[in-house]
Design a protein around this ligand. Structure first.
Ligand SMILES: CC(C)(COP(=O)(O)OP(=O)(O)OC[C@H]1O[C@@H](n2cnc3c(N)ncnc32)[C@H](O)[C@@H]1OP(=O)(O)O)[C@@H](O)C(=O)NCCC(=O)NCCS
Length: 148
């Protein structure tokens, strides 16, 4: 059975290892994981099955707004609904602790993530031209938002 729960100190090594794997060496700044553990300006959920971390998501928080900074599922556990369950788990926890508005930025080319967000009730609310660097140029960011 998969267990979904908020990030704790005990998850930090596994979450940073999976983050490195899923983002090909572009690990998210470690300070954010510590903020999420302490609940100071960030929130994160994790998905464990047996002794293996299968996914995580990380939000920054300011007042009643939160931004999705990262979400990832282990490559061999994708397209089985876990990303959607994890996002829903985090959204419920955020709503219960006072968050009302969510937003995120996603690469134009990241179709799996956009499909996940749309199916979860997020809507595209903007676009930033040439926002992300590519090996050979730049790529637009789409902005998605959702009211809780
Ligand atoms: C984005 C990601 C988290 C999705 O996780 P997942 O567990 O595979 O997603 P789910 O199985 O819950 O799927 C959610 C929806 O997205 C769709 N989807 C997921 N992967 C897809 C793909 N590769 N192609 C098309 N649709 C896809 C699913 O079909 C589902 O929609 P449906 O209900 O209409 O069938 C996962 O692909 C991932 O870890 N990607 C790498 C990290 C990343 O890019 N993160 C986002 C930026 S921070």
């Amino acid at each position: 059975m998969t267990e979904l729960r908020p990030l704790t100190d005990n998850d930090l090594a596994a979450v940073q290892q999976l983050d490195l794997l899923c983002f090909e060496g572009d690990a998210f700044a470690s300070g954010w994981w510590h903020k999420a553990v302490s609940g100071q300006g960030a929130f994160a959920s994790v998905a464990w099955q047996d002794d293996r971390l299968l996914g995580y998501c990380l939000f920054s928080r300011v007042l009643d707004e939160a931004e999705l900074l990262r979400i990832a599922i282990a490559p061999d556990a994708r397209q089985r609904g876990l990303g959607a369950r994890l996002l829903s788990h985090a959204e419920t926890a955020l709503r219960e602790s006072g968050t009302a508005q969510l937003f995120l930025e996603v690469r134009l080319s990241n179709q799996p993530a956009q499909q996940l967000y749309r199916r979860a009730g997020w809507q595209q609310s903007g676009r930033r031209k040439d926002y992300y660097p590519l090996a050979d140029g730049r790529e637009d960011a789409l902005i998605f938002s959702r009211t809780l």
